[in-house]
Design a protein around this ligand. Structure first.
Ligand code: HEC
Length: 492
């Protein structure tokens, strides 16, 4: 960073001033790419076809990157295309949203205009250390696939379920269940449930290979709701605040792997990491599923499927997982107050304008989301069963119904919650925030002081998270006392 930018971070707000400086890769671009793109765009990962790990790789692909980060093209996983984040960020605020700031996009474009110069390599941002194993700590139980699974290089998606015995004889309480792919290039995503012991045995015998084929479902008639999973570039959250999930004693864990189309044969041996809750949890997470297996999607039509659920007791929602297949086009989920209320209250939960089967995820509200008793949750999903839908598996379009197959459809929305307690709406669900990290760059230093001074002088505005972590004396307001404590903690 050059010295003027260090002294006047508030200048960054006025992008046009920024461009008074020569833009170079080392100082201005590398941190944007490494912190937002390289988690997937590096060797051995889902975006390895386009590694973005050094100057040369970014320079050679600069126009392609510019297209992906700024495109108005709204046809795939939202707008812009990269980094991938299908939910509509103007609708609701979710945890760990992936996006570039407009400033970052502008400076990337300016870098290209100025000739894409490298600058002094010693000023380059350090490349993040991406953990190979668990993304969230040291697991208490690790279950590994017994054999390698052969992923065929036929450039087709495949779906395979694997059964793991936990050997656990009591009800198991856990704070996270994480799938770690053995082969990041092949594993597109994975989801986990538990089922009564042995209930998938006969399915495993269907063919000679390890595991069994499965697509939208898991096979056994009785399963838990989804317990966790894997999606590229994201880590699961580990519940804090006395929260835990549970599975009944002795149940098997079933993982459904979605293997991405690959053009050479590969092996995968993935693992499930379990993080146990020590002792009796204060609050066990429960789920309900909004589901409609009765819909009919006629060919050459766009059809909306709607489902609602009356909330009979106050709840705090902690996660949701909208799911449809290839004909799915969009989702919108929200809660409304009872019609007898004088003022109509609507609580937006999630909206996905361009549903994309390839980017499904568990989504978490930033803070526990209180839905009061008497409210109704509404879920709308739209299905485009016309030939305008490039993902339509049928050509020409056919009647489509509920089912587990790739060419069937689903309307499936598990929502996890706990009974509401006072103050839940202030419980942040993300990993612990670093107090004093005012500029949210992961460390507490003099730059945070400069940014906080600027805020207190009224030069800049903060988002909710910045306000919380800048309130170093936790008195509910930001003032000079917070600066004193911040400076003190840096000098310590
Ligand atoms: C979560 C993983 C992930 C992250 C983070 C990510 N990408 Fe990608 N990217 C992919 C995958 C997978 C594809 C190919 C499939 C697709 O487009 O969905 C892709 C495609 C692309 C493409 C080709 C797009 C096209 O349509 O031709 C470009 C360019 C790209 N990424 C650049 C970036 C840049 C720049 C960033 C950071 C701002 C980024 N990606 C962040 C996974 C990721």
């Amino acid at each position: 960073m050059n010295i003027l930018k260090k002294i006047f971070p508030s200048l960054l707000i006025f992008s046009q001033f920024y461009f008074l400086f020569a833009v170079n890769y080392s100082e201005d671009i590398s941190s944007i790419i490494y912190n937002n793109c390289s988690s997937c765009h590096r060797p051995g990962e889902i975006g390895s076809f386009l590694p973005l790990t050094n100057y040369q790789e970014v320079y050679s692909n600069r126009d392609w990157i510019a297209y992906a980060i700024s495109s108005e093209d709204n046809s795939r996983h939202g707008n812009p295309i990269m980094p991938p984040w299908p939910p509509d960020m103007d609708y609701s605020t979710l945890l760990n949203e992936r996006y570039l700031e407009q400033d970052d996009i502008d400076i990337f474009m300016e870098w290209i205009i100025q000739g894409g110069i490298q600058g002094d390599p010693s000023n380059e941002a350090s490349f993040p250390e991406f953990p190979d194993d668990s993304q969230i700590g040291t697991p208490d139980i690790i279950l590994e696939m017994e054999e390698d699974f052969q992923v065929e290089g036929n450039f087709e998606d495949s779906f395979r379920c694997f059964v793991f015995e936990t050997g656990y004889t009591e009800e198991m309480y856990f704070t996270a269940m994480e799938v770690r792919p053995g082969n990041n290039q092949a594993v597109h995503h994975a989801v986990i449930v538990a089922a009564p012991p042995g209930s998938a045995d006969n399915l495993e015998d269907i063919d000679d290979e390890y595991g069994y084929d499965c697509f939208g479902g898991f096979g056994p008639i009785t399963t838990t709701d989804l317990l966790g999973g894997f999606a590229p570039g994201t880590s699961p959250i580990k519940w804090g605040n006395g929260l835990a999930q549970s599975i009944p004693a002795g149940w098997d864990i079933i993982v459904q792997m979605h293997y991405a189309p690959v053009n050479e044969d590969m092996q995968d041996r993935s693992k499930v990491n379990i993080f146990l809750y020590e002792g009796e949890p204060e609050r066990v997470i429960e789920s309900f599923t909004m589901i409609d297996p009765t819909f009919i999607l006629p060919p050459n039509q766009i059809t909306e499927v709607y489902n609602s659920l009356y909330v009979s007791t106050d709840v705090s929602v902690v996660s949701f997982f909208p799911h449809s297949h290839l004909i799915g086009k969009s989702w919108e989920v929200y809660a409304t107050s009872p019609p007898i209320f004088a003022e109509n209250d609507t609580i937006p939960i999630i909206r996905i304008n361009e549903w994309d089967f390839d980017w499904q995820n568990f989504y978490y509200p930033e803070y526990m989301l209180h839905i009061p008793e008497g409210y109704t949750i509404h879920a709308h999903a739209v299905y485009d069963n016309t030939s305008n839908n490039p993902d339509n598996p049928n050509d020409p379009p056919q009647y489509v119904f509920w089912g587990d197959g790739t060419t069937d459809e689903m309307f499936f929305l598990p929502i996890s919650y706990v009974p509401y307690q006072d103050g839940d709406e202030n419980i942040y669900l993300g990993s612990d925030m670093l107090f004093g990290d005012v500029n949210l760059d992961g460390s507490v230093d003099v730059l945070d002081v400069v940014v906080l001074v600027n805020y207190i002088l009224g030069n800049i505005s903060f988002d909710e998270n910045q306000i919380i972590i800048s309130d170093t004396n936790q008195d509910g307001s930001l003032d000079v006392m917070d600066i004193v404590i911040l400076v003190g903690s840096i000098l310590d």
